[in-house]
Design a protein around this ligand. Structure first.
Ligand SMILES: [Zn+2]
Length: 158
């Protein structure tokens, strides 16, 4: 089990309360929180002494310098999911869940909380790297390259 903060926020369109689990509030050095697609299971991923993370960081810094991207670190958080095996058939994500009202689809919420922040316990899973580890360095680098160019295209078009 993992403890996360739950925020209850009122939708400004339909007035209903939505509960959001905040991963960002877990500030633990060298740890990122991964979630499954439904955002109902989470994982603490240790980055320190993690050979997969070290290799991933090395490759992304190489690819970034080849693409003339100044700072690879702004992409590591978004892209480390490509080294992780899927969970429940979908990629894991290190991003916070998009805040969309589950009743009306609006993205506008009141600034304040409808009730005080509270702690919830959520189910966990273990992140594995079997697929990544089965690839050659060249294949891994290609994977990083593809992910990076995809995310860059998206940034340019929006
Ligand atoms: Zn709503």
């Amino acid at each position: 089990m993992l403890k996360l903060d739950a925020e209850v926020k009122k939708c400004l369109k339909c007035g209903k309360d939505n509960t959001f689990l905040t991963q960002a509030d877990i500030c633990e050095y060298g740890v990122w929180i991964a979630r499954n697609k439904r955002a109902d299971r989470f994982s603490r991923v240790q980055l320190i002494d993690n050979p997969v993370f070290d290799e991933f960081t090395e490759l992304i810094s190489q690819v970034c310098s080849e693409l003339n991207i100044a700072d690879y670190r702004e992409y590591t958080h978004d892209l480390f999911q490509i080294a992780c095996d899927p969970v429940d058939g979908n990629s894991v994500s290190f991003r916070d869940v998009a805040r969309v009202c589950r009743y009306c689809g609006s993205e506008d919420f009141a600034c304040g909380l409808s009730k005080p922040l509270y702690t919830v316990e959520v189910d966990t899973f273990d992140v594995s790297y079997d697929s990544w580890n089965s690839k050659t360095t060249e294949e891994k680098k290609q994977l990083v390259f593809n992910a990076l160019t995809t995310i860059q295209d998206r940034n340019i078009s929006t």
